[in-house]
Design a protein around this ligand. Structure first.
Ligand SMILES: *Cc1c(COP(=O)(O)O)cnc(C)c1O
Length: 425
C-alpha cells in the first residue's frame, strides 16, 4: 500500500487518546512535550492545595483536545456567522440544557472564555460606564473584577467596597445595607476568592431590592459545590450568576453565566458580539461533559466530601496552632493566619513549596499581613479523605515549623500522593 492509500484508509483524525497524541507531540516538539510531561509529574508528585484548582477527568480532557478546537462558531446555535456548525451547535445546545437543568436556571450562556469574561459580560449587560457597584473589597477577598484599579472593572465603574468583620471574618450585612442605602449602587456583587462561608443570598437579595439594584452572584468558587448540593444555590436570588467551570466544578478552564429568561438576550449579546468573538467549541463540549459528570450521584458524594475534607483540615490546622479564619469553613476553602507560628503567609508559602505543598497566600481581615488560602477540591478528586487531611496537616505544620529537612518532608508528601494518582482512569 502506498503512502497515499494508507492516508486514505486511515483518516487523519487526531486520536482522543492522551497517550497517542502525546507521543505525536513528543516526536514533533520534544521541547514542549518535556514541559507537558514535567508538569504532569509535578501535579502528580506534590500536593495541590490551590483553592481554585482541580483535576479534570480524562473525558473532559478528550473533548478539550478534540477537533472541535478547529471550528469557528461566532454566534449561537442556529444563528452562526459560519457554515458547518451543525455538530458544534448540538454540543452547545447539550451544554446549555445540562447547565440549566443542573442549576435550575431559565437561561445559561456557556461561551465565556473565563470567569473574568463572565463578569465582564454581566457588567456589560446591566451597567453603563460610570455606574456605581457595591462589591466585596479586594483586601477582604474580592476578585480583580470587583473593582481593582488594575482591572477594567475599577477603571470603568465606580466601585464601593464592603468588607468583613475584623474579629469574626464574616460579612457584616448591616454594613452592606448601610453602604447600599448611602451609595444607591446600580448593582451589588456577592462572591469572593477566599470567603470560606456561604454568602447569605437572601440577605443580599433583600438589600438589592431595597435600593433597586441588580444582584450579581459571582459564584466562581462555590458553583461546583452548588452542583453537588453541598452549597446553597444563588440562582433563585441573583439576577445574574457568574461562574467558572474549572474550580470545584472540575470542568475545563472557562466561564458560564446563568440568568432568568428576561435577561437572556441581553446577557447573550453582552458575551457575543460585545465582549467576545468566536466561541471555543472544544471547551464548550468539555463543559457539557463536565455538567454531565456533575449531575451524577458520584459528584454529589464528591462535593460533600470536599467540604468534609476542608472541615477536617481546618480543624487539624487549628489544633496545630494556626489561626483559622472564620473559625472553620462551609466550603472547600480554608483561610489561615500562620502568625501564631511566628511567620507570615509569604514565608509559609515558601516553606510549604519547598516541601511539595502548593498553595496561595491571601489577604487577612485585619492588618496588612498575608495569610494562606487552601482548598480541598483537587486532593478530594484524587480520592483523599479525612485521614489524609490529618496527615496533610501534620506534614504542613512540620514544614512550617521547619521540623526536619524540607527534603524529608517532601519525600513524605510524595509518599502520600503516590497512593492517590490524579490522572488514574
Ligand atoms: C476565579 C474567580 C474569577 C475569575 O476566573 P478566571 O477564570 O480566572 O477569569 C472571578 N471571580 C471570582 C470570585 C473568582 O474566584
Amino acid at each position: 500500500m502506498s503512502v497515499t492509500d494508507e492516508a486514505r484508509a486511515v483518516p487523519s483524525v487526531p486520536s482522543p487518546s492522551p497517550s497517542s497524541s502525546f507521543e505525536a507531540l513528543r516526536r514533533q516538539d520534544p521541547q514542549i512535550a518535556d514541559i507537558l510531561f514535567g508538569e504532569s509529574q509535578r501535579q502528580a508528585t506534590t500536593l495541590q492545595l490551590i483553592a481554585a484548582e482541580n483535576f479534570t477527568s480524562p473525558a473532559v480532557l478528550a473533548a478539550l483536545g478534540s477537533p472541535l478546537a478547529n471550528k469557528y462558531a461566532e454566534g449561537y446555535p442556529g444563528a452562526r456567522h459560519h457554515g458547518g456548525c451543525e455538530l458544534v451547535d448540538a454540543a452547545e445546545r447539550i451544554a446549555i440544557e445540562r447547565a440549566t437543568a443542573l442549576f435550575g436556571a431559565e437561561h445559561a450562556n456557556v461561551q465565556p472564555h473565563s470567569g473574568s469574561s463572565a463578569v465582564l459580560a454581566a457588567y456589560a449587560a446591566l451597567l453603563r460606564p460610570g455606574d456605581t457597584v457595591l462589591a466585596m473589597g479586594l483586601p477582604y477577598g474580592g476578585h480583580l473584577t470587583h473593582g481593582s484599579p488594575a482591572n477594567f472593572s475599577g477603571r470603568w465603574f465606580d466601585f464601593v467596597a464592603y468588607g468583613v468583620d475584623a474579629e469574626t471574618g464574616l460579612i457584616d450585612y448591616d454594613q452592606v445595607r448601610h453602604l447600599a442605602r448611602q451609595h444607591r449602587p446600580k448593582a451589588i456583587v456577592c462572591g469572593s476568592i477566599s470567603y470560606p462561608r456561604h454568602p447569605d443570598y437572601e440577605a443580599f437579595r433583600d438589600i438589592a431590592d431595597e435600593v433597586g439594584a441588580y444582584l450579581i452572584a459571582d459564584a466562581a468558587h462555590p458553583i461546583g459545590l452548588v452542583a453537588g448540593g453541598a452549597a446553597p444555590n444563588p440562582v433563585p436570588y441573583a439576577d445574574v450568576v457568574c461562574a467558572t467551570t474549572h474550580k470545584v466544578l472540575r470542568g475545563p478552564r472557562g466561564g458560564m453565566i446563568l440568568c432568568g429568561s428576561e435577561l437572556a438576550e441581553r446577557i447573550d449579546r453582552a458575551v457575543f458580539p460585545f465582549t467576545q468573538g468566536g466561541a471555543q467549541m472544544h471547551t464548550i463540549a468539555a463543559k457539557a461533559v463536565a455538567f454531565g459528570e456533575a449531575a451524577t450521584p458520584a459528584f454529589t458524594a464528591y462535593a460533600h466530601q470536599v467540604v468534609a475534607n476542608a472541615r477536617e483540615l481546618a480543624g487539624a490546622l487549628a489544633a496545630e496552632g494556626l489561626a483559622v479564619l472564620t473559625d472553620g469553613t462551609d466550603t472547600h476553602i480554608v483561610g489561615a493566619d500562620p502568625a501564631p507560628l511566628g511567620i507570615d503567609g509569604r514565608v509559609a508559602r515558601g516553606r510549604l513549596a519547598a516541601a511539595g505543598i502548593v498553595l496561595d497566600t491571601c489577604a487577612l481581615p485585619y492588618g496588612d499581613g498575608r495569610g494562606i488560602r487552601l482548598g480541598t477540591a483537587a486532593v478530594t478528586t484524587q480520592g483523599m479523605g479525612r485521614r489524609e487531611m490529618d496527615r496533610i496537616a501534620t506534614l504542613f505544620t512540620a514544614a512550617l515549623r521547619e521540623q526536619g529537612e524540607p527534603h524529608d518532608i517532601r519525600g513524605k508528601v510524595q509518599g502520600l500522593v503516590a497512593g492517590f494518582p490524579p490522572f488514574a482512569g
